[in-house]
Every structure is written in structure tokens, then in C-alpha cells.
Design a protein around this ligand. Structure first.
Ligand SMILES: Cc1ncc(COP(=O)(O)O)c(C=O)c1O
Length: 396
């Protein structure tokens, strides 16, 4: 059983806000905050390079912590500025030629979608959007039908930016592996929210961020590059950390760090490592159980309010709860919740262009729970939505 009181005591932000924007950026726990502050203090007092030299082992351990969280090896982890940059570094570093088919899913994230449009333009690559099952996750039979000898990549998010559906990553991995097609999993919304084992999923590549369910600082993402699949990548950028450079040649590193650049915000990187350790200490299985329970009660509470529509799909659903209020635009709803001390965010066509167009939805309010949220916070959120929707407040 997860100790919610302990989680809340570790999270100073809960004293100030009812934070239901964990899919945007979660509240950091004290061990992460203190690690960042202590590292910055060290840089301030002894110098930036000198601080790093005194913490080389801790810096190296960050790779080990992220790897342990997702069942990888430290050499298979590369640190980036964001999940998008991690994803881009993989996709742009693969070889593309006219007629290649990249298979993706309907809920692809907007930035990734932009990359597809550019690849289609530059290389004549065909982007194939595999249809969903009626329940909302990717249709595995449709995927198996679409994978042919021209397929060069399967990409999919584990959970989209604009809904709580959990896509069946291991089933997709099995289909991609059987066809010998590399599989890139965008786990931006799931690392730290639910258990992830890259071996069991069978992905060649995985990308994610620090700031969302992992509860690390902003400005960081990471890539997992399977030791064998790394050979497929010819890095689109290079520097003298990713490769050994002479006046006549460059020789790339053999591990995932061939995708990295040298300069890093080490205070934040240290915080990310501690965030991964913290998630493992709490137990990601327990985090997931609580997230499922809280998101289910949030969805069912919203469904009972007249004038509120819930938009999530999926056989398995997690932290992201999306809804609209009849007669109110999403910015208004977000602002009214904010006035009540409640943080949520919203998604537009820019967030998941194919899916939003397909479902005929312009924008959605997104409330996203984490294990540290309390039942009282969910109740306060539902009461405020009732007021916004003009519905009577429930009495206990
Ligand atoms: C599913 C998904 N993929 C990728 C991203 C991009 O993450 P970042 O903003 O760190 O680049 C997001 C961000 O919301 C996302 O929800």
C-alpha cells in the first residue's frame, strides 16, 4: 500500500496548489529539489567545472538510475533537452528514402507529427496512420496488416498527450519484432506513471521526459537506444563528446551517448537521477495502482455532472482525464479552476493533430492525477467543475 501522507509530506507544492497538471509537469519531491539546490550551491561556491569533477560518480549514476527504472543498461541511455529532441535525434538519425513507410498511430504527438510531414517532404517517406480498435487503442490486426517489406519504422505513444488510453506496447513490440521493423516507443507520459520494462516491451528505442510523471526538473528528456539497434543510427548532429574528433576524422561513441551533446545543466541532471531513484523507492507498481484508482474516480465523478463530456478512450486508462463543459471554452474552464487553486491544462489540434481532427474535437481540458494527489483534491476539483457547469454541488 502506498503511503500517500508520506508522499504529500515529501511534496512542498501540495501546500499551495491542487495540482492536477502532472501530464504537463508534476510537482517535484523534496529529495529532487534538495539535490538540485545543493548542486547549484556547489557550482556557486567552487566553480562549475570543479563542481562536476567532484561529482563525476554521481553524474554517471544518473544513467544507471534511469536505466534501472526502465530495465535497460546505463550504456543504452542518452540525456537530451526534451522528449521531443530525444525522439527527433532517433528519427532524423535513421536513414530514409522514397517509398519507405513509417507506421504510426492516430494519437501521435504534434511535434512528432511535424517531423513526419518534414520527412515526407524531404525524403518521399510515406506516413501510415494505423487505425484504432473501437475501444480506442491501436488496432493490432490493422498494424499486422500494414507492416510490409517497405515498413522501416513503427512509432507509437504509450499514452497520448490528450487522453488516458494506454496503448498495448508489448503487443506492438511483438508485431514489429516479428516483422524485423524497428520500434520506437514515445513513453513521455508513462515513465514514472506505470511500470516499464524495455525488454518485455521489445522496443528498440524509447523516449521520455523528466518533468511529467517522473517528477524531475524541466528542460530534460532522455532516449533509450537498444545496444544492437544503435547501429541503425547515424547521428544527425555531432560534437566532440558524441564522437572522437581529429583534424581528419570523426569516430562516434558506440553507446547511446553518441546522440548526446557535451554541455548539460548538471544540477538538473542530478535532480533527474534522484527522481528516478525516488520513483523506484516508492514503487512504480504502487504508483500505477493509485493513479488508476484516482483517475477512475475523477472520470466517474465528471460523468455524473450534467453538461460535462468525458473524452477518454481505451480498454486500459491511466492518469490523463480529458473533458469539456458544454457552453464553456477550455481556456475559460482552466482559468476558473485556476481561480479555485486547481491546476489543469488543455490540449488543442496542435497537440495531437490527427486524433483531434478524426474525433472532431477542437480542444479539451486535461486533468491529470499523480499518486500524491489526495481524494479531497479530486472532490474539490469535481465541486468546482460542477459550479462551472452550473450543476448543483453534491452533498455528502
Ligand atoms: C505523448 C507526448 N510525446 C511527446 C511530448 C513532448 O515532450 P517534450 O515537451 O518534453 O518535448 C509530449 C509532451 O507533452 C507528449 O505528451
Amino acid at each position: 500500500m502506498i503511503d500517500v501522507e508520506r508522499l504529500r509530506a515529501d511534496t512542498p507544492g501540495v501546500e499551495h496548489v491542487n495540482h492536477l497538471n502532472n501530464a504537463g509537469g508534476a510537482l517535484m519531491p523534496t529529495p529532487v529539489i534538495e539535490t538540485i539546490q545543493q548542486y547549484l550551491d556547489l557550482e556557486i561556491s567552487i566553480g562549475a567545472y570543479e563542481a562536476f569533477e567532484s561529482k563525476v560518480d554521481a553524474a554517471e549514476a544518473v544513467y544507471g538510475s534511469i536505466a534501472a527504472l526502465i530495465g535497460a543498461e546505463p550504456s543504452e541511455i542518452a540525456l537530451m533537452d526534451s522528449a521531443t529532441r530525444a525522439w527527433d535525434m532517433i528519427v532524423y538519425s535513421l536513414t530514409h528514402k522514397p517509398g519507405d513507410r513509417i507506421l504510426t498511430t492516430t494519437t501521435e504527438y504534434g511535434s512528432n507529427w511535424a517531423t513526419y510531414l518534414q520527412l515526407a517532404d524531404r525524403f518521399g517517406v510515406e506516413i501510415v496512420t494505423v487505425e484504432d480498435a473501437p475501444t480506442g487503442e491501436v488496432d493490432l490486426e490493422a498494424l499486422a496488416r500494414e507492416i510490409d517489406e517497405r515498413a522501416t519504422l513503427v512509432t507509437m505513444n504509450h499514452m497520448p498527450t490528450n487522453g488516458g488510453v494506454v496503448n498495448p506496447a508489448a503487443d506492438v513490440g511483438a508485431i514489429a519484432n516479428a516483422a524485423g521493423v524497428p520500434f520506437l516507443l514515445d513513453a513521455c507520459q508513462t515513465v514514472g506513471q506505470l511500470p516499464i520494462d524495455v525488454g518485455a516491451i521489445g522496443c528498440d528505442f524509447l523516449t521520455s521526459t523528466s518533468r511529467k510523471f517522473l517528477r524531475g526538473p524541466r528542460g530534460l528528456g532522455f532516449a533509450y537506444v537498444n545496444a544492437t539497434a544503435g547501429e541503425l543510427l547515424d547521428p544527425v548532429f555531432v560534437d566532440n563528446h558524441a564522437a572522437r574528433v581529429t583534424d581528419k576524422s570523426i569516430e562516434f561513441r558506440s553507446d547511446a551517448r553518441k546522440l548526446e551533446s557535451w554541455e548539460k545543466n548538471w544540477a538538473m541532471v542530478m535532480g533527474l537521477g534522484v527522481a528516478a531513484d525516488y520513483a523506484m523507492k516508492i514503487g512504480v507498481d504502487d504508483i500505477w495502482q493509485r493513479v488508476v484508482a484516482l483517475s477512475e474516480s475523477t472520470r466517474s465523478g465528471l460523468l455524473e455532472i450534467d453538461g460535462v463530456q468525458v473524452h477518454d478512450r481505451g480498454k486500459v486508462q491511466g492518469a490523463i482525464v480529458t473533458f469539456t463543459v458544454d457552453g464553456r471554452n477550455v481556456i475559460e474552464v482552466k482559468e476558473l479552476l485556476h481561480e479555485g487553486g486547481i491546476n489543469v491544462s488543455w490540449s488543442t489540434i496542435n497537440s495531437a493533430p490527427f486524433d483531434m481532427r478524426m474525433r472532431g474535437i477542437d480542444s479539451l481540458v486535461r486533468a491529470s492525477v499523480h499518486a500524491y494527489n489526495s481524494e479531497e483534491e479530486i472532490a474539490a476539483f469535481l465541486d468546482t467543475v460542477r459550479v462551472i457547469a452550473g450543476a448543483p454541488i453534491a452533498t455528502a
